[in-house]
Design a protein around this ligand. Structure first.
Ligand SMILES: O=P(O)(O)OC[C@H]1O[C@](O)(CO)[C@@H](O)[C@@H]1O
Length: 486
């Protein structure tokens, strides 16, 4: 049982729906709610309106992520904004040695997905020609870890020495500072430490590009600095929350720095958006995914979702999804102010790696999980396991198949084993790992949490819970500073 789009994207729900799983009757009981949720999505697309959604200042706020795939003048992504991104590409290509991308949460996770999918693990070790002249990339700001930040500075210092002695020039480093609110401690502390250290080194030319809320009336700290210092600016528009921002200039600036195909990525998202306008539940990937996961949680207690892509470079997709699901649906109060403590808990896993650790739990632990696989139908550069030890039967037996085939056999076996023991699971198949199919997948997941927000009657677009520790953290930090000054 699966929903397959013309692009080849497939959602296989065989092990999630049917007898002993989410049933027809379960979905029937949500018929009216699904209709309403689908209507709400139409209104969101047309007007940017989501019932009861308020900004963190308690003001009515639009929800505009569904506009992002459509490149049109006057839209958030437009021919002129793409031209502006091309200027960044033209600037960094064959010119900048390193881009340090600074951000956390939605200002990091999507960029890491783009980097992993497009560049892979060894990008920074490749000769420049193999990177097509694009810079090396370092991520920072996603923690406040003095050792790693110190290591980044030291690494750049050493690179500057090599550049000076081999090429008789300064190293060029661009700090891409990404923060919607413009003042996040994690991002800005790393930025200040790194910017200061690099400027003091003397043999590094440092420049800054700021990605922040463009609002001129209520300027973020980062915006003010960018104006004052004349740094180029890109936008995290009003109405686009961090966890949806991979489709705006948060993700697209990093994409522009590595030569990731932005237009294909947005086309994938756009085609998925069209598929998600289908009124038929069984033909609408986001509505179907939301309905099945919601029913699995509410009717069968399966309220943990293990996002388990098969392949190392998709682990960050799972990490991106953690924020999407957790911040969108983990809510104490529903839209009517009633305490509900809703939310499905997301977990990161990777196949085959976690089949040798977590799978024991998935297979025999509490019956509270849905394991959601992601697989690639085609590994463009697959490798065949050679028969180099023909006398060693066990090794000879595993030769003659490709690693991609072995990976898929492992996944299917895991799915079958789970299903045979009442363990719900499902699978998204991407025909290939490229910008287009990534756009499809991520957009479908974003739209799916929007549906689930409506089904569960919680605001999927705020995150009041993260303000609690922030309120405690500010004064605590001030106390530490005061003590340091004594
Ligand atoms: O882009 P900013 O404003 O620095 O925020 C980073 C992240 O922090 C959060 O606000 C949570 O603390 C996320 O929602 C957001 O993606």
């Amino acid at each position: 049982m699966s929903l397959k789009l013309a692009s080849g994207f497939e959602f296989d729900y065989e092990n999630l729906y049917g007898e002993g799983k989410v049933t027809e009757a379960d979905l029937k009981s949500y018929e009216e709610d699904l209709k309403k949720a689908h209507e709400a999505m139409k209104v969101m697309r047309e007007k940017g309106f989501i019932r009861a959604h308020l900004s963190k200042d308690g003001e009515p706020e639009k929800v505009l992520f569904s506009q992002l795939p459509y490149i049109e003048e006057g839209h958030l992504n437009s021919p002129s904004s793409l031209k502006h991104l091309q200027e960044l590409t033209d600037h960094v290509k064959d010119n900048v040695d390193f881009v340090v991308s600074l951000g956390i949460g939605g200002s990091f996770l999507g960029d890491k997905v783009i980097f992993d999918v497009h560049c892979g693990e060894f990008w920074n070790e490749l000769p420049k020609a193999e990177r097509n002249g694009f810079p090396k990339i370092i991520f920072s700001g996603q923690n406040i870890d003095p050792r790693r930040t110190g290591d980044i500075i030291h690494y750049l210092e050493n690179s500057a020495k090599v550049t000076k002695s081999h090429e008789k020039r300064n190293l060029k480093v661009l700090l891409l500072v990404i923060s919607k609110s413009g003042g996040t401690l994690d991002t800005m502390s790393n930025f200040m430490v790194i910017y200061d250290a690099l400027q003091k080194l003397g043999d590094i030319d440092v420049e800054v590009v700021a990605v922040t809320d463009p609002n001129m009336e209520k300027q973020t700290l980062l915006k003010k600095l960018a104006i004052e210092k004349g740094w180029p600016q890109y936008a995290v528009p009003d109405g686009v929350g961090g966890r949806f921002s991979i489709f705006c200039e948060v993700g697209l600036t990093l994409a522009a720095c590595v030569g990731f195909d932005i237009e294909s990525f947005l086309k994938g998202a756009r085609d998925m958006d069209k598929a998600c306008q289908n009124d038929d539940l069984w033909q609408n990937p986001a509505m179907l995914n939301a309905a099945l996961k919601f029913a699995a949680s509410e009717k069968h207690g399966r309220d943990i979702e293990v996002m388990m892509p098969y392949g190392d470079y998709m682990k960050s997709v799972s990490e991106w999804y953690i924020q999407l699901l957790a911040e969108s649906l983990g809510k104490q109060y529903n839209k009517d102010g009633k305490e509900v403590c809703y939310g499905r808990t997301p977990l990161v896993a990777v196949g085959t790696t976690d089949m040798h650790s977590q799978t024991q739990q998935h297979q025999e632990g509490k019956l509270n999980k849905v394991v959601q696989f992601i697989r690639l139908a085609d590994w463009e550069k697959d490798l065949t396991i050679p028969d180099i030890f023909p006398d060693v039967k066990k090794l000879s037996d595993i030769s003659g198949v490709t690693m991609g085939q072995a990976l898929e056999v492992a996944r299917q076996s895991n799915a079958d084993a789970l299903a045979s023991n009442k363990r719900y699971n499902a699978c998204f198949t991407l025909p290939k790992l490229n910008a287009y199919h990534l756009g499809e997948l991520l957009y479908m997941l974003a739209m799916s949490v929007a549906y689930e927000g409506e089904l569960s009657n919680v605001d999927a677009f705020n995150q009041p819970g993260v303000e609690s520790y922030k309120r405690i953290m500010g004064p605590k930090l001030a106390e530490v500073k005061a003590a340091n000054q004594k």
